[in-house]
Write a protein that binds this ligand. Structure first.
Ligand code: NDP
Length: 325
């Protein structure tokens, strides 16, 4: 495993990590989650991603139980959570980053995880109503209380991240250290374009999500929709509709050819490509089985083989705006 600093912070995260969206609490129970986390940890993964909203809080409960069952040394791994959508419907309980929500949110997450602190705490989306200053003060206070060690954002605009950072800088508060954006061969603009000035400028680290575009970049959907897959789930019909387009499937076909030449799987190629971007501190993978975890983590060995020339080939093959044949 390769370990990278989270932007300018001293903390190091494994270049591939493991998340829990869709899986824990919906497809994966405590036993399977324990097997997935063990498979990942045994290969050197030190970062496990979560959010209060995943499976209505169940993903945190399951991850906490799995970590306790495995009895891992707390200092050997990082756990994250994210707050914004909330679990209740009241005006101060959902879709907000106000002080009350953040302070109560972290308490709820720690209770479900059974932990004294999370390592990374994210504002899961931007809140256009709460003043950014209020959010920065609350996040900074949570860090000072020891309930989280670093804070960051997820899918905030570059402008919003800069504003939060500048408020923290002016007021001598804890600065946002990392952002969690989507990044895969079909979704590149934010990481490669919009955020370009933030890496050196603010020392921002990235932990990126959906590296396989929800499994599409594994190639398994090119032969139809497997019954046990994410896209077969009725609650994710919206995802299937936007993902399984002829253009994207044709791009995956081209990528599979390149993977074959390299003796790798299509999933490994897509993960290695994402990890080959030096701005990405950790690529958060997702898996519904320990077998997928093991296959995916082998991508680490492929990263060093991605030369500039190969990268260009992969990116040309992955361009999904080409018309399908
Ligand atoms: P991916 O795009 O990698 O999709 C993961 C899914 O693809 C798996 O659950 C599995 O689904 C399928 N898959 C994985 N590996 C393979 C394989 N080798 N062969 C075949 N199918 C495979 O990642 P996610 O979309 O899960 O995102 C990763 C993590 O990022 C999440 O768990 C979460 O922690 C985080 N995230 C953060 C967001 C944010 O807003 N900050 C948003 C979304 C995710 P199946 O077997 O069911 O088909």
């Amino acid at each position: 495993m390769d370990y990278r600093r989270l932007g300018s912070a001293g903390i190091k995260v494994s270049s591939l990590s493991l998340g829990s969206w869709v899986t824990y609490g919906s497809q994966v129970d405590v036993a399977e989650a324990t097997a997935c986390i063990k498979a990942a940890y045994d290969e050197g993964v030190n970062f496990f991603d979560n959010a209060e909203v995943y499976a209505g809080g169940m993903a945190e409960t399951i991850m906490g139980e799995a970590l306790r069952k495995l009895g891992l040394r707390r200092s050997s791994y990082l756990v994250s959570t994210k707050i914004y959508w909330g679990l209740e419907k009241g005006p101060n309980e959902r879709n907000t980053l106000n002080r009350k929500r953040l302070i109560e949110g972290i308490e709820g997450s720690l209770g479900r995880l059974g932990l004294d602190y999370v390592d990374l705490l994210y504002c899961h989306r931007a809140d256009r109503e709460t003043p950014i200053e209020e959010t920065v003060y609350a996040m900074s206070d949570i860090i000072s209380s020891g309930k989280a060690l670093y804070w960051g954002t997820s899918e905030w605009s570059a402008e919003e991240i800069r504003e939060a950072w500048e408020i923290a800088d002016r007021r001598n508060l804890r600065k946002p250290q990392m952002e969690q954006p989507q990044y895969n061969l079909f979704c590149r603009e934010r990481v490669e374009g919009e955020y370009a000035r933030l890496y050196e400028g603010l020392g921002l680290g990235l932990t990126t999500w959906s590296p396989l575009a929800s499994g599409l970049l594994s190639g398994k959907y090119n032969a139809g929709v497997p019954g046990d897959s994410r896209m077969a789930r009725p609650d994710y019909a919206w995802l299937k509709e936007k993902s399984l387009t002829p253009e994207k499937l044709a791009a995956v076909e081209r990528l599979s050819q390149i993977a074959k030449e390299l003796g790798a799987t299509t999933a490994q190629l897509a993960l290695a490509w994402a990890s080959s971007n030096p701005r990405v501190s950790s690529v958060i993978t997702g898996a519904s089985s320990a077998a997928q975890v093991r296959e995916n983590l082998k991508a680490v060995e492929l990263v060093g083989r991605i030369t500039r020339e190969l990268k260009e080939r992969i990116e040309a093959a992955g361009a999904s705006d080409r018309k399908a044949p």
